[in-house]
Design a protein around this ligand. Structure first.
Ligand SMILES: [Zn+2]
Length: 346
């Protein structure tokens, strides 16, 4: 995702202006607190297994960086398809070619898997499965062109979704939720041009007005699969596996999917995960949910964002430190159990 394309309210923008020349200290005005944790009795839901989600994260990382056009990318995509088919889901692939900001023509594919495909009411779980090709935000200048593992940025979200799929597929009909669930994994989210760290590189897509990020979700939004796809709401997971993960209520999410956002944050609070799901409003970011919202799916984004301090980005973001050493089962559990539980709340 591109944290740096912030769409901020004017008051926050005024605060940003004084930070010119110090872009890594991007800071938003984030003091508003909204909503109050409710404490309803929750309906029974299956247990989300954090060990399994951890193993799914490690498995993706073990392929190597999932950079489009690489062998690791193809191998991981094939593994995801096989895994989802193995759970009995209806799996579709959406291949597409795209040009990245640096003029690379990539072969990519979105992967879609439907649980209870005939259910009329549907919820979409979105994530991206590709890895950024360069750790351009690494603190070590020698590593800025090196690939990165994308353990949290990419793999963790797909791992949480995979574990949700595994658990749901195990349930007898009597314990199935009242909604069908579509797991939609976008490709080529993370090969975008970073205006701050890649100033020396020309963004060849800029002139055409094309966002260099989120190429998979941009393609999907224009070519919905399944055709005419609709869902009651969508949840984008992005960077949901790091120790000390912190999820705030992002602006585009609040604007487009306030009801589901409140339901998720309140459910997390009831489950005891308020350390992760913070009742704090933050500015908008560019991520796949921008395009799924344009496609008519009210979508919120659960992404890792430090709540306090000077840094808008987690330290591992687009750095070689985004590897298995930062992945924590507690964070995977908080997100996965909350999302599994929410599917059982009407
Ligand atoms: Zn990223």
């Amino acid at each position: 995702m591109n944290f740096r394309t912030l769409r901020l309210p004017l008051a926050a923008l005024a605060g940003l202006l004084v930070l010119t020349g110090c872009p890594d200290k991007t800071k938003t005005t984030e003091t508003a607190t909204t909503g109050t944790p409710a404490a309803p009795k929750l309906p029974k839901a299956p247990v989300f297994n954090a060990d399994s989600a951890y193993a799914f994260t490690a498995q993706q990382v073990s392929f190597g960086p999932r950079v489009p056009n690489s062998k690791a990318h193809i191998a991981c995509g094939d593994w995801l398809v096989a895994k989802l088919k193995g759970y009995g889901l209806k799996v579709m692939q959406q291949p597409f070619d795209a040009m990245t900001f640096d003029g690379t023509n990539i072969h990519a594919r979105n992967i879609i898997a439907q649980y209870q495909p005939t259910a009329a009411r549907r919820v979409a779980i979105f994530g991206h499965w590709d890895t950024r090709p360069f750790a351009d935000a690494d603190k070590d200048p020698a590593k800025k062109n090196k690939p990165m593992d994308g353990a949290s940025d990419g793999a963790s979200a797909v791992a949480v979704a995979l574990e949700m799929a595994r658990v749901l597929a195990q349930q007898p009909d009597s314990l199935a939720p009242n909604v069908g669930v579509d797991f939609i994994f976008f490709d080529a989210e993370d090969w975008g041009h970073d205006d701050v760290t890649q100033q020396e590189l020309k963004n060849q897509l800029d002139g055409s007005g094309t966002d260099s990020w989120c190429l998979g979700s941009q393609y999907w939004a224009k070519n919905l699969l399944p055709a005419n796809y609709k869902a009651e709401y969508g949840v984008l997971l992005d960077m949901v596996g790091a120790k000390g993960g912190s999820f705030t209520r992002e602006e585009t999410s609040r604007t487009n999917a306030r009801g589901p956002l409140d339901k998720i944050w309140n459910t997390a609070a009831t489950l005891g995960y308020s350390d992760f799901f913070r009742f704090q409003d933050t500015g908008g970011i560019t991520d796949d949910h921008v395009y799924t919202n344009k496609a008519g799916i009210p979508t919120l984004d659960i992404y890792d964002h430090p709540s306090y301090g000077d840094d808008y980005f987690p330290a591992y973001h687009h750095a070689t430190t985004d590897n298995m050493s930062i992945i924590d089962r507690k964070t995977l559990k908080a997100v996965g159990q909350t999302m599994t539980q929410v599917l059982y709340i009407d």
